[in-house]
Design a protein around this ligand. Structure first.
Ligand code: SF4
Length: 607
């Protein structure tokens, strides 16, 4: 099949059986690849009510039809499973070089099933596929393990591995790759750890069949030329996502002290140019990327090397914890990477604990003697390993903010900044209604990657609530995740502003199938509704209440910064949801209507 590896690999960890089956052409037609394959296999194959940490859950690792080809940033890999953090759909995207090797090994998806009786790593060298003993790697940090496997197997092998956080069941453990790129959200690493899989090591040497080589070359050149000619390339490459820090601070979107404000008085010390000057050593990019946003840094104070920190990490473990020094943020980032926990969820959980401590809800006896005030760097440096090992207060925070708040009680639930059980990523959404709606309705929980709508809020009026704003959020929720379906980076479109219409000719030349953006949007809408139906199936009583934002955003206006005193009313929150459900073809409780499922060809699949 042109553009595809051609096979699905199943690895039964319980029995040790390894088998390949051809990638079904109708699966490629209806779900394309990447995120689409992950959602399909999860819905079809993981039985209703499966324990996320049990043998019935599956970890589905998928490339897309653009992955591994000469398309800007064609290094995106999708990880899907039932989330141990939320109990619903988990889908996490990983950049780097792994997905290219998956394709070169002749694969489109790798499905990990069952649970291994002992720690293993999955070794793939084209057709040589083995489960190898990982006893000597178990217990070691994710960055350390990646280096050890590269030293042992050779640089050509691409490694994805988990840290102690995943081994110990932290509900937001990540999967590390390329020394600091992560499939971070929803506990995909936790599921890999529960399966006793420490790492994947993959090398492939096969060519990917392409339908029309000349047209492919032309389409690829057009894409790269557009990137090169973009006047936004230089500033983007210089700062990467950290260019957003100062902007967010100025517009009141920088999460500050558990999202109690959107501007940080110490913010300037975290700005991109300061970081570039103080700690960045070099730029770093994913497979085929013409605009590397990765920044590799070295801290003087701690003597550690780390990829990042990127914007989300700066927001969540910098300003959101009241920490104003970029070296400290980089060191906390390094600890999260090595111990194997998601910086966004860890930052959210610690910020919640800090607010509880400052309000006297969490006592010093309960923190194990830690003075958990906002800004206390030493306390955070102590807490990250504690979370990964589930020791002391870390055992509570390892459960994620929603579970931790329910366990602690005493009104602490209203400081839990999460939706559907996932900690909100780094945009303060006081009165920014499109971004608020994007977080409320994202299909994994409060994550920005599905629809980054904050710039649209600023463009049309942040407090505005109308059908056009809702339509924009839905459009973004279809276009942005389509890149995770195709297996390529969306940031050349988002940040360099290259024309979306440059992609369909490339996809057609590669696969031999013409697909317009209208057609691709329809595929995205199909996937969106399938993941929604997964929530409906797995979470008893699922509906509108799961789309409500944290109380803070409609009941507690910030006291400082440019958003001081501003809020989205509860009436407007409900109006946003009403408009959203109507435009999506869902009922008033947020459940897809039968005619919507039929229109998308999902009626039989979800029956
Ligand atoms: Fe990777 Fe950044 Fe390049 Fe995208 S822009 S491919 S995330 S390095």
């Amino acid at each position: 099949m042109n553009g595809y590896g051609g096979n699905i690999l199943r690895v039964n960890l319980t029995t040790g059986k390894i088998a390949k089956e051809p990638t079904p052409p109708e699966l490629a037609r209806d779900f394309l690849g990447g995120r689409g394959f992950g959602a399909y296999f999860l819905f079809q194959e993981v039985p209703q009510g499966a324990d996320p940490l049990g043998p019935e859950n599956k970890l589905i690792i998928s490339s897309g039809p653009l992955s591994g080809l000469l398309i800007p940033g064609a290094g995106k890999c999708d990880f899907a499973c039932k989330s141990p953090l939320t109990g619903g759909y988990a889908g996490a995207s990983l950049g780097g070089h792994l997905t290219a090797e998956i394709k070169y090994a002749g694969l489109d998806s790798i499905i990990l099933e069952g649970i291994s009786p002992k720690p293993v790593y999955l070794f793939i060298d084209d057709d040589r596929i083995e489960l190898r003993d990982a006893a000597s790697l178990w217990g070691k940090g994710a960055i350390t393990v990646e280096k050890a496997l590269k030293d042992q197997l050779g640089e050509e092998f691409q490694i994805a591995c988990v840290g102690p956080g995943a081994e110990n069941g932290v509900r937001y453990a990540h999967i590390n790759h390329d020394y600091g790129r992560q499939a971070g959200r929803g506990g995909v690493g936790t599921v890999m750890g529960a399966k006793k899989v420490k790492a994947l090591a993959i090398r492939g040497t096969r060519a990917i069949p392409v339908a029309d080589l000349d047209a492919y070359r032309r389409a690829a050149r057009n894409l790269y030329d557009a990137c090169k000619q973009s006047e936004l390339l230089k500033p983007w490459q210089n700062l990467g996502t950290t260019m957003v820090v100062s902007w967010c601070d100025e517009v009141g979107a920088l999460p500050t002290r558990n999202f109690s404000a959107g501007s940080f008085e110490g913010g300037k010390t975290l700005y991109g140019p300061v970081m570039r000057e103080q700690i960045v050593v070099t730029d770093k990019g994913c497979f085929g990327c013409p605009s590397p946003c990765g920044k590799y840094s070295r801290t003087k104070r701690y003597g550690t090397n780390v990829e990042g920190p990127e914007y989300e990490t700066i927001g969540m473990i910098g300003s959101n914890l009241g920490i104003a020094n970029i070296e400290d943020v980089a060191q906390i980032n390094f600890l999260c990477d090595e111990w194997g926990v998601d910086t966004i969820s860890a930052g959210g959980a610690i910020a919640w604990a800090m607010e509880c401590y400052e309000k006297g809800i969490l006592t010093k006896a309960e923190t194990g003697g830690l003075d958990l005030k906002f800004g206390n760097v030493e306390a955070v440096l102590t807490l990250i390993p504690q979370i990964a090992k589930r020791e002391g207060l870390g055992a509570l925070l390892a459960e994620g903010t929603r579970r931790a708040a329910r366990a602690l009680g005493k009104g602490s639930e209203k400081f839990a900044i999460e939706v559907k059980g996932m900690e909100q990523s780094a945009y303060a959404t006081h009165s920014a209604t499109a971004m608020l709606l994007a977080y409320m309705t994202a299909d994994v929980g409060a994550h920005h990657n599905r629809a980054w709508a904050i710039t649209y809020d600023l463009q049309v009026g942040r407090e505005l609530v109308n059908a056009d704003k809702v339509a924009r959020v839905i459009w973004l929720q279809h276009i942005r995740p389509m890149f995770d379906t195709l297996g390529a980076c969306r940031l050349q479109w988002v940040e360099l502003n290259i024309d979306l219409e440059l992609y369909p000719p490339a996809l057609a030349a590669i696969t031999g199938v013409e697909r317009s953006w209208r057609d691709l949007e329809l595929v995205s809408e199909r996937i969106w509704n399938l993941t929604r139906m997964y929530w409906v199936r797995e979470v008893p009583g699922f509906g509108r209440a799961w789309d409500m934002p944290p109380q803070r955003f409609y009941a507690e206006p910030p006291k400082t910064g440019v958003t001081a005193g501003k809020i989205t009313s509860l009436d407007d929150v409900n109006k946003l949801l009403d408009l959203y459900y109507e435009q999506r073809g869902w009922d008033a409780n947020g459940l897809p209507k039968p005619e919507t499922l039929k229109r998308l060809g999902l009626d039989k699949l979800v029956a």
